[in-house]
Design a protein around this ligand. Structure first.
Ligand code: MRU
Length: 381
């Protein structure tokens, strides 16, 4: 417990935060150097600001968005400047830590009321990725852990928790990668949908973590990336991310997935997830269900790679997963650019779909590769 006048306390907490920040950044840099991993961080805390790699600008422009307040972090999540289930969770945690720094209250109870309102703002951004709600609950846990702390101490603890969530996410992805790579043989041609890579997480990726780990083991693999209409996460992000790492990738339109499978060009499919229900049903980017059905029809294994923060045993099956519907503008105009449909046409634009467990060969988690039927027992809290 820190003691002293409020201004002294604030100064010592600020200095503690700076030291912790430096340690984390330098250990992360060392680790990245060792792995030869050069990706720009998706999300990071630097000098009291949340820095996001603006994914809405990729691959054309590599731009960093500096968020100085809660509103800009909330807006970045809503507008897909940061996206991907684990990355959304990490960003929300950082956004809550950022909000905490700006609350000028001396009483912990008044501070807590305000920070809970910030948590509600984040909970309102995107409904499907359960990692968001998981991260918010972790941050709320800091408020409830019974410590008799001052406001500056709670602020410091919230930041420490957000940084821990970020660190743990990278570690989970690396373990998922290692475990999943055992399923990949030399020469495999792998189909993926959307972007479940370093960009969708705090680093390394889930589905692309498996690809990355297999590549690092020296396996000669080739990825087929679905473009992933309407927001083109496959074309804009997966293709870019893999090319940055020198991993061979061929971009296909979503409509080509069946053809390459029928032509015998795909050995395995691996995708990420936004929420996995207790029975093993998987919510992921719209179009994942079609890929899974096609894979089953062609006898191709279909794997889902996801950390435990994506598993929601409180949701019994896929029918209870809330599916986000996004603006029809995403469908009628190409990436905010030229119109490709008549103005005023009715549009149905669900951002996610549910793949029933029967189509899923296995779920690659940091705890191992599980059958959908093993999820409930393994992750029951
Ligand atoms: O709408 P997005 O881009 O946030 O959707 C992302 C996906 O569906 C990913 O596949 C999923 O979040 C897994 S990311 C490791």
């Amino acid at each position: 417990m820190l003691r002293g006048t409020p201004s002294r306390l604030r100064a010592s907490v600020a200095s503690l935060l700076r030291t912790a920040e430096k340690d984390i950044v330098s250990s992360r840099e060392k680790e990245d150097e060792r792995k030869g991993f050069t990706m720009i961080p998706t999300v990071e805390w630097k000098d009291g600001v949340v820095r996001l790699l603006d994914q809405s600008q990729l691959p054309g422009r590599v731009e960093i968005l500096e968020c100085q307040d809660v509103e800009s972090v909330v807006s970045a999540i809503r507008s897909l400047q940061v996206r991907g289930a684990p990355a959304i969770g990490v960003t929300a945690a950082m956004g809550i830590a950022l909000g905490a720094q700006s609350i000028l209250e001396n009483e912990v109870s008044a501070f807590t009321r305000k920070i809970l309102a910030v948590c509600r703002q984040f909970a309102d951004t995107r409904p499907t990725a359960v990692n968001l709600f998981w991260a918010i609950e972790r941050m709320k846990g800091v408020l409830q852990d019974g410590c008799h702390c001052t406001v500056p101490e709670v602020q410091s603890r919230l930041l420490q928790e957000a940084l821990a969530i970020q660190r743990e996410d990278v570690a989970r992805c690396k373990t998922i990668g290692r475990r999943g790579a055992t399923l990949i043989k030399d020469g495999y041609r792998i189909l993926t949908h959307c972007n479940a890579g370093a960009l969708a997480t705090a680093g390394y990726g889930t589905a692309l973590g498996v690809v990355r780990a297999a590549w690092e083991q020296g396996k000669k693999i080739h990825v087929f990336a679905d473009e992933t209409r309407p927001v083109l996460q496959g074309a804009r992000l997966t293709a870019w991310e893999l090319m940055e790492d020198g991993i061979p990738v061929t971009l296909i339109t979503d409509n080509v997935a069946g053809t390459v499978m029928r032509q015998g060009k795909i050995d395995l499919c691996v995708v990420g997830a936004d929420r996995i229900a207790a029975n093993g049903d998987v919510a992921n980017k719209i179009g994942t269900y079609s890929v899974a059905v096609l894979a089953k029809a062609h006898g191709i294994p279909f794997y889902v790679a996801a950390p435990s923060s994506t598993i929601d045993v409180a949701t019994p099956d896929g029918s209870a997963i809330p599916i986000e519907e996004r603006s029809g503008d995403e469908v009628t105009a190409l990436n905010g650019g030229p119109w490709i449909a008549p103005k005023g046409v009715a549009v149905f634009n669900p951002a996610f779909d549910v793949t029933p467990a029967e189509y899923v060969t296995g779920i690659i988690t940091e705890e191992g590769v599980l059958s959908p039927g093993q999820i409930a027992e393994k992750f029951q809290s």
